[in-house]
Design a protein around this ligand. Structure first.
Ligand code: DOR
Ligand code: ZN
Ligand code: ZN
Length: 420
């Protein structure tokens, strides 16, 4: 397979190159390669995008999403690799569920899907899950996503065990006692709507706790979906001291503020909640200065039945796989905050390095995982067009720039947009 006349995003910059793949790997990169190929004139080719934080809902909540529909959404969104969170039913807290996901992903055969194991049995926060057995079955990290591990000593043990097995802990940071039923960020819009708010400290306290543990124990930790300006600052200061902390944020945190819930749009109900302009700008600055390593969608598909209800009863989460690239390109690269190589780093290079996955760069010998996008195309988000079963997006009707045209995984085309 050859991609022709592409603008290729490499670590060194963007270059006009042809790319030849052989046996699933990049075999040649040159200005002009002989032979038939896919014409990529006008397209920009990124290393296959990697989303290290998605929810696929299988097993247990297949009405919301399943591994196949989630994988279709992933390749349509430009992702060649995704990592799925363990808050399924049953919870992915053992090798049986982890193996099930690995096998089902292989049968579906679209993108690479890496399961993330739970930290505690049943995500109940009582006993550690069998981390080594989950790793042997294919888990690439552990996480209690959806909540934090309440008991600090248990979290310390989890970090130690995870490190012994070469896995990272991915931390959803939320002090449940402070959130105490809050459904939005506490501020002007919680007062305006009468919805119960939760303060930044609910997130920041656990970010600080995980940093303290990582620092004291000399172990790595990864902070999920950073949403507060103060959380960004905690991570920045920790990194400056040499703490082995990495962090992600999501497109909704650098695109929206809590103004999105002013009219009770349950599609903007997400955890952690959308915050204020000050937070949004700090998240962008964190991405720019390297405090925030990467972008993940926190793809959280829900059924209409879970969202088309009174705000307090609606599920938390945004279906994000199919808007992540365009929102990131529009908000960060087209705006000038990040260069194209920096965007590729946030959406591919960094997640690969954080989790120790192969991929994340375009070079001879690397897996032929490639994402081609038209960066000049402007389009309007329409959830009816999503491959995901989750149509829950606060971005419906929004105009964005940058459209994924082609996703290649191990040298095979797994998604190609139909041409008009
Ligand atoms: O908004 C969210 N949705 N936040 C979470 O932590 C969990 C996720 C889900 O599983 O729906
Ligand atoms: Zn989470
Ligand atoms: Zn999540």
């Amino acid at each position: 397979m050859i991609l022709k006349h592409a603008d290729v995003v490499t670590g060194g910059g963007v270059k006009r190159l042809d790319i030849r793949a052989e046996n699933g790997r990049i075999a040649e990169l040159a200005p002009e390669i002989e032979g038939e190929g896919i014409d990529c004139r006008g397209l920009t080719v990124f290393p296959g995008l990697i989303d290290m934080h998605v929810h696929l809902r299988e097993p247990g909540f297949e009405k919301k999403e399943n591994i196949e529909s989630g994988a279709r959404a992933a390749v349509k969104g430009g992702f060649s690799q995704i990592c799925c969170m363990p808050n399924t039913e049953p919870v992915a807290d053992n090798k049986v569920v982890v193996s099930y996901i690995v096998n089902r992903a292989r049968e579906v055969g679209l993108c690479k899907i890496h399961p993330i194991g739970a930290i505690t049995v049943g995500q109940r926060g009582e006993n550690l899950a069998a981390i080594g057995a989950m790793k042997a079955a294919g888990a690439v990290a552990i996480s209690e996503d959806g909540k934090s591990v309440v008991k600090t000593s248990l979290m310390a043990n989890a970090m130690q065990y995870a490190a012994d097995f070469g896995l990272k802990c991915l931390c959803h940071c939320e002090d449940a006692s402070l959130v105490d039923g809050g459904v939005v960020h506490e501020g002007y819009y919680s007062t305006f709507t009468g919805l119960k708010g939760s303060i930044r400290a609910a997130e920041d306290i656990i970010i600080a706790r995980e940093i303290c543990l990582a620092e004291s124990l000399g172990l790595p930790v990864h902070i999920c979906h950073v949403s507060t300006y103060s959380g960004v600052q905690l991570i920045r200061e920790a990194k400056a001291r040499g703490v082995r902390v990495t962090a992600e944020t999501c497109p909704h945190y650098f695109t929206l503020t809590d103004a999105a819930i002013a009219e009770f749009d349950t599609n903007a109900k997400v955890n952690p909640p959308l915050r204020e302009e000050r937070d949004r700008l700090a998240v962008i600055e964190g991405l720019r200065d390297g405090t925030i390593d990467c972008i993940a969608s926190d793809h959280a598909p829900h059924h209409e039945d879970d969202k088309n209800v009174e705000f307090n009863y609606a599920a938390f989460g945004i279906s994000g796989l199919e808007t992540s690239f365009a929102l990131s390109y529009t908000q960060l690269a087209a705006s000038g905050a990040l260069t194209l190589p920096a965007l590729a780093e946030k959406m591919s290079g960094a997640p690969a390095r954080i989790l120790g996955l192969e991929g994340g760069k375009i070079e001879v010998g690397a897996p032929a995982d490639l994402t081609a996008a038209d960066l000049n195309e402007t389009w309007t988000v329409d959830p009816k067009e999503f491959a995901s079963k989750g149509k829950n997006t606060p971005f419906a009707g929004r105009e964005v720039r940058g459209r994924v045209k082609l996703t290649v995984v191990d040298g095979a085309v797994k998604y190609e947009e139909k041409r008009a």
